[in-house]
Write a protein that binds this ligand. Structure first.
Ligand code: MV4
Length: 494
């Protein structure tokens, strides 16, 4: 096992990985930017190395600085977390060249998922179902029309180099094909420097269901749990759960073995995720994420597997300690991503000082966070404050625990999406489990968020009044506090 690991990331995920290291008896090295010198993760680490100014490209994306920090501190391995350099083949190779273990898959596996077209070809060959369409790039407009006509409308144009929905276009009829192609190409060219486009059948209301997998260096590969990630806004996931409400033992076995097949087809090792779109009982490979994902805790809650620790153990050369038959799903887990953003103001980020902070606890609650009372959220990075995870014996209990935890959560000083989560959790369609990737659009959630905000404000106002808060500060308190500040805070004038 390693003695010292460097974590090339920040925020809650840096702490998550360091927690795994601490349990394994590994010392930790954090790297931090100018903007993160007061961050919790930099303090949590045994050592912390400054790697550059706030903008990511001058620090967290600066491969040379990170490798140098590892060499200077004698770290034998680097964990990249998610985002930043986690799926960067150049970084994985740089680690290799410097005799540092990259805690993740081989760079060849990362590479094979880089082009969506190549990924489709590889998956098709391996017997993994893909969305009907072509496995070549479109060469000219006439060909695009011909292919679209053959597939049958609606179709979707997608950039081969794509990700996160950038440059994707839905096409409903023949006369839309060429304008859509021109548009997709131009977006793809400027976003990825590659304007290769391919065409698929468009699925109207798919669910996003993904499978966590684990593979060791001997090719022993298992699926761990499925996750439903349909509650998202503009490709930003907001709520995830495990298992998926549509999952059955039979479907899990079928999709899970396909996920394992996908991983084996690219000689995968480490933790990874195979994403599917699911529609009316059919499922299709979407992409594979070659990293530990934000939503990994829900899988940990329902299986008891510590994915971060498994990743580190696999990277150090150990065999997977689990067989497929060891994987049992116990109960239900839901994750809400708590962001510093304004759900009533087009979700714009709300960085700044957290003037009061109290996170929930009690039965079945896990909070993975990177903040503390008085912490100033810098404007340079993502707006994730924490991941609030609730586990229960079934979906109903998990929802009840999540609502109770949202009630307990106090974050003052920055705008948060707590009210958004409260609104979704009380939505009857969400509660029935009948969700898909268009849920937020279709349910007009913003109206419900306004309703929750008004209710919280009422409760906050009466609490603030009872505490003798002056009217000037009353509005800020009542908007931010939610419900029970009086119990959590000293009864002083605020
Ligand atoms: C699709 C689709 C419907 N049909 N492809 C969005 C992100 C990108 N990686 C793939 N995406 C989609 N591809 C076909 N043929 C719908 C989406 C999609 C989506 C997929 C997964 C999770 C959330 C989504 C939200 C909007 C659209």
């Amino acid at each position: 096992m390693f003695q010292k690991v460097l974590i090339a990331n920040r925020g809650e995920i840096a702490i998550r990985v360091m927690r795994a290291c601490r349990e394994l008896g590994i010392s930790t090295v954090a790297v931090y930017s100018e903007a993160d010198k007061n961050a919790l993760f930099a303090r949590y680490a045994d050592e912390a190395v400054y790697i550059g100014p706030a903008p990511s490209r001058e620090s967290y994306l600066k491969i040379d600085n990170i490798i140098k920090a590892a060499k200077e501190t004698g770290a034998e391995a680097i964990h990249p977390g998610y985002g930043f350099l986690s799926e960067n083949t150049g970084f994985a190779s740089a680690c290799e060249e410097n005799d540092i273990v990259f805690i993740g898959p081989p760079s060849s596996a990362i590479d094979s998922m880089g082009s969506k077209i190549t990924a489709r070809q590889t998956m098709k060959k391996a017997g993994v179902p893909i969305v009907p369409g072509i496995e070549e790039g479109i060469n000219d407009p006439d060909e695009a029309v011909e292919v679209a006509e053959n597939i049958g409308y609606p179709v979707m144009l997608k950039p081969a180099a794509g990700g996160g929905g950038i440059g994707m276009k839905i096409v409903n009829s023949k006369d839309e094909v060429i304008p859509a192609l021109t548009s997709s190409q131009s977006v793809a060219r400027s976003a990825f420097g590659d304007d290769t486009i391919y065409i698929e059948k468009y699925l109207t209301n798919p669910r996003h269901i993904e499978f966590q997998i684990l593979a060791d260096n001997k090719g022993h590969t298992i699926y761990v749990s499925d996750r439903e990630c349909s509650i998202q806004r503009r490709h930003q996931k907001l709520i995830e759960e495990s298992p998926s409400p549509v999952m059955t033992t039979d479907l899990r076995e079928r999709m899970g073995s396909i996920a394992v097949k996908a991983a084996k087809a690219i000689n995968y090792a480490s933790a990874g995720t195979v994403e599917f779109m699911y529609s009316n009982g059919d499922f299709y490979f979407l992409e594979m994420n070659t990293r530990l994902q934000v939503e990994h805790p829900i899988t940990e809650m329902v299986t008891g597997v510590d994915l971060a620790k498994e990743q580190i153990m696999i990277a150090s050369g150990e065999d997977l300690a689990y067989d497929q038959s060891d994987m049992t799903i116990i109960g239900w887990a839901i994750e809400c991503r708590i962001n510093a953003e304004d759900p009533l103001g087009d979700f714009i980020p709300s960085p700044g000082r957290i003037s009061r902070y109290r996170s929930p606890g009690g039965p079945g609650i896990r909070v993975d966070s990177g903040v503390y009372n008085g912490y100033v959220i810098p404007p340079y990075y993502d707006s994730l404050i924490s991941k609030l995870v609730a586990h229960g014996r079934d979906r109903k209990e998990a929802i009840a625990r999540m609502e109770r935890a949202l009630y307990e959560y106090i974050i003052v000083g920055v705008k948060t999406n707590l009210i958004f989560h409260k609104a979704v959790l009380r939505n009857s369609r969400f509660r029935s489990g009948n969700i898909n990737t268009n849920f937020i659009k279709e349910e007009n959630i913003l109206e419900a968020v306004k309703q929750v905000a008004a209710e919280d404000e009422e409760k906050g106002k009466s609490l603030a009044a009872a505490m003798g808060a002056d009217t000037r500060k009353l509005a800020a308190i009542s908007a931010a506090v939610g419900t029970y500040m009086a119990q959590a805070e000293p009864k002083e004038k605020v």
